[in-house]
Design a protein around this ligand. Structure first.
Ligand SMILES: [Zn+2]
Length: 351
């Protein structure tokens, strides 16, 4: 403990209740001694943050981006913002102990590479972690965006429940799963890829994956925008849909509810299989007030057995953009504070 305190991993935060004898010291993670840099990259927008060791943002920046402009350009911008946030907070790059990057695609968590993403042309097999370690010589963790959000929501609001599923609906659709408090990735890092379940094989709408009738091609943000667009009214991306719904446009509201019902068909299966305590809807569609949620709820209850949904809470994300930042930072902090990492840092062999 003395060594951990001297290295500022933990600190004393007062004294606890004594059961007889000297009152015990209460120890806690020292939030201020180290920093974590995280970037939550979506297809169309990104949030970048500097966090403390309690995963609380110290400084953050949000921007519209086009992830399709390629990894060099996007990650170059991320590094620029990382340095800007450090400057703004008056902190040094040497205080950073880890970096977390979330992207809208399947990633190999161990190697920090993108495996596949239909939203990210040019990113396939790109070594995000290796490239960023050129700027910050610390552990770099790469995570799927919905997975990072699932961990953030679970930690922030749902730790009393053992399992949580989060479905992010923005440009496309993806899910993250937390089972017994741990991220579940699947054997091919592909758990949660529900956007490309084909629910209408005879549908003419082509998905980003090249197939027809995927749930993402029918009910993702880009698909809703396309369906709402007509001559004289171009609806741009999932943000465009959100703006219309927030302005009370009846066509947009109906389309978002219908998209919720379409998504609900696939989610009824997922809920029946996993029996989670909570299903969190996140991403742009969670900003359409209750409209999207209502459609999802309706179809899940209609298509599932009552006992699989009896204790299920279906809610919109309470953290919003913070979910990805928080989950990313937590994953990095957990990695940095793992016994092996701490031992290495303290220069002693694990015994
Ligand atoms: Zn598809």
């Amino acid at each position: 403990m003395d060594r951990l305190i001297a290295a500022r991993y933990i600190r004393e935060s007062g004294t606890g209740h004594s059961g007889g004898g000297r009152p015990p010291s209460v120890l806690e993670i020292d939030p201020a001694a180290r920093l974590v840099l995280v970037a939550d990259l979506g297809a169309e927008h990104a949030t970048v943050a500097l966090c403390d060791m309690w995963a609380e943002p110290i400084a953050e920046e949000h921007a519209e981006i086009d992830i399709g402009s390629g990894p060099e350009r996007v990650l170059g911008w991320v590094c620029e913002v990382f340095h800007r946030l450090l400057d703004k907070a008056g902190r040094l790059p040497s205080e950073v102990c880890g970096v977390g990057i979330a992207v809208p695609g399947s990633v190999d968590h161990d190697s920090g590479r993108v495996l596949r993403s239909f939203l990210m042309p040019g990113w396939d097999d790109y070594p995000i972690a290796d490239v960023l370690r050129g700027s910050f010589d610390v552990p770099v963790l790469v995570e799927n965006d919905a997975t990072a959000m699932a961990l953030g929501e679970w930690w922030g609001s749902w730790r009393a429940t053992r399992s949580l599923m989060l479905v992010k609906v923005s440009t496309a659709i993806g899910a993250g799963i937390v089972l017994d408090g741990r991220i579940y990735r699947g054997v091919e890092n592909a758990a949660g890829s529900i956007g490309h379940v084909r629910i209408r094989e005879d549908d003419e709408r082509v998905c980003t994956c090249g197939s027809r009738g995927c749930v993402a091609a029918l009910a993702g943000g880009r698909a809703i925008a396309r369906d709402l667009s007509r001559p004289g009214r171009e609806v741009t991306g999932s943000r465009g849909v959100v703006r219309l719904v927030q302005a009370g446009d009846p066509d947009a509201i109906a389309a978002v509810q219908e998209a919720g019902r379409t998504l609900g068909i696939v989610l009824a299966t997922a809920v029946s299989l996993l029996n989670p305590g909570v299903l969190v809807l996140a991403g742009d569609m969670a900003e359409t007030r209750e409209h999207h949620l209502t459609g999802v709820r309706e179809m899940i209850y209609r298509r599932s057995l009552p006992y699989t949904t009896r204790d299920l809470e279906i809610v919109n994300s309470s953290l919003g953009r913070r979910a990805g930042i928080s989950g990313n930072a937590l994953a990095v902090i957990e990695h940095v504070l793992a016994p092996g990492q701490v031992d290495r840092h303290l220069g002693s062999a694990a015994s």
